[in-house]
Design a protein around this ligand. Sequence first.
Ligand SMILES: Nc1ncnc2c1ncn2[C@@H]1O[C@H](COP(=O)(O)OP(=O)(O)OP(=O)(O)O)[C@@H](O)[C@H]1O
Ligand SMILES: [Mg+2]
Length: 421
Amino acid sequence: MAYNHLFPAFRVPLRASLTGTLSLPRFSVSGYGHFMVFTKLRYFSSGSKISMSLKAGIVGLPNVGKSTLFNAVVENGKAQAANFPFCTIEPNVGIVAVPDPRLNVLSNLSKSQRAVPASIEFVDIAGLVKGASQGEGLGNKFLAHIREVDSILQVVRCFEDNDIVHVNGKVDPRSDIDVINLELGFSDLDQIEKRIEKLKKSKGKDSPSKVKEDAERSALEKIQQSLMEGKPARSVVLSDYEKEAIKHLCLLTMKPVIYIANVAESDIGDPESIPHVREVKDLASQYLSGVVAISAQVESELSELPLEERYEYLKSLGVEESGLGNLIRATYDLLGLRTYFTSGEKETKAWTILAGMTAPQAAGVIHSDFEKGFIRAETVAYDDFVVAGSLAAVREKGLLRSEGKDYVVQEGDVMLFRFNV
Ligand SMILES: Nc1ncnc2c1ncn2[C@@H]1O[C@H](COP(=O)(O)OP(=O)(O)OP(=O)(O)O)[C@@H](O)[C@H]1O
Ligand SMILES: [Mg+2]
């Protein structure tokens, strides 16, 4: 039995430019494992070149279900290995494929020998406690791990279970979210103060570097102010130049966040009926973050079941599909990532780019020579390819467009690059 139906393509209507504002219309999708609310979010690019695999760090207080979720993601990746490759780098780092039903469709049409999906790296970061920014718990070490990730997935405990100790004595999503935000905010403030001091001491030098330092100082002062008011760095409106100037600091509260409301098995049929989940949702909108309701426990149990029993189990809980596919997809979308495909007999492959990338930049993701020697890109939309049935048919019908260096690659484009080396 094919289990691709567990991973319907998750589409968020995103509009974004490389360095501009990513504006996500407020919308609400009820249901298990779906993104439930989103408001305006600022996106910062990590440069024009991105690696194929972006890191999402799983954070949260101790004992909230981070490892359970991580293991479920990883186990599920293994179980799906035929379709969705997975590999472990270290015990707490796993690469999972971004589920995308279009990949197999294209691969079948092109009779490809293999299909290679886009991927995301998940990192299970140990529990963060109050005082971490002052070195409590394993404090700074955790914060350093968080600094390295591209997005933050914060697991928030929304399940009641007297046998599982809550570090603060009771299930309280608001307090959990605030503890983490405070620690991340303190750490940023600390870093900003040190940096502003350093900038004060820096004497003039040449004028371009002075302009850059001025931009950095102005950005840092704005962020500092915002953090003191309890608002994350990502909520501050900055010019592209200012964003560029502070990028080297990798501020923690600048990173996009998804809250994962970890609910009890009995609640996955209707997570929004749970007050804890509604609270997480409210806070997510306040803190410009995404939110997905999932049960780490259920996902973990699912990943241990033979594939053919999973659907029955899910149905018995009142849902149709596992939440993991949607979580992975949401993470991908939150990072402002887009997919284009190359498709031929050897392989069909999903490539990751940032929204707004031009054809040469997209070609550069495959190989820097493709970008340097870029001549043209032959392009067809995914839907047109599927209707035509093959690349040859696409050509015959005149659907293959020849695009130049200014073409902005669209989600789902199937591309062929012409280049000189
Ligand atoms: N949705 C859920 N419903 C019920 N129990 C859950 C749920 N999610 C996790 N648990 C249970 O909570 C306990 C703690 O989970 P886990 O070890 O994953 O937490 P953690 O956040 O990784 O903790 P630490 O910070 O100590 O590493 C486990 O016993 C796990 O089975
Ligand atoms: Mg753990």
